[in-house]
Write a protein that binds this ligand. Structure first.
Ligand code: RB5
Length: 172
């Protein structure tokens, strides 16, 4: 059962993160056992930053299968229950591969803030997959900060995303 954390009253920045339409920003968060520790850190950081967080688990270090958690988060993004998804596994790779099977999801495995920024500007990525075993918590914060505060540029990049959507639809 997903756990919903909703702490919006005391963001460190003094300003609540909002969508372009002024709603509070909703994040679905999930991890496997290899990402559990970083997920706990990320959840605390997201909450302290004023995001509305739904944590779908896992809730410990017992071995689990990452596609189960990728699916919960990606489907929430696909049906627009979440503005963004954040996933953590050992490398970020399995989570991204699984999440990208859900229509409408553009999941990226990222461990660098500038790449995170570019994934929003050019790719309108809506799920980020972090490598829990290969990133420092402070770097993960910087990656998320860049990812969650950068808007899609549109223009020629929208045309390219339209082609990705056509590809997705032709494979159904
Ligand atoms: C689990 O051992 C590991 O394979 C998983 O967390 C992830 O890195 C897969 O891509």
């Amino acid at each position: 059962m997903p756990i919903r954390y909703n702490l919006r009253e005391a963001p460190r920045s003094g300003r609540l993160p909002q969508t372009q339409s002024g709603e509070s920003m909703r994040i679905f968060l999930g991890a496997d056992h290899a990402g559990f520790e970083l997920k706990e850190h990320v959840r605390r950081w997201l909450m302290a930053s004023g995001y509305e967080v739904t944590d779908v688990g896992t809730d410990g270090e017992a071995s689990v299968d990452y596609p189960d958690f990728a699916r919960l988060v990606a489907e929430a993004v696909g049906r627009r229950d979440a503005d963004f998804g954040v996933l953590v596994c050992g490398t970020g790779l399995g989570m991204a591969i699984a999440a990208n099977k859900v229509p409408g999801v553009r999941a990226v495995p990222v461990s660098d803030p500038e790449i995170a920024r570019m994934s929003r500007l050019h790719n309108d990525a809506n799920v980020i997959a972090l490598p829990g075993r290969h990133i420092a918590p402070e770097t993960a914060e910087a990656v998320l900060q860049a990812f969650l505060t950068t808007d899609f540029e549109g223009g020629r990049h929208q045309r390219r995303l339209d082609k990705i959507r056509e590809l997705e639809e032709s494979e159904r």
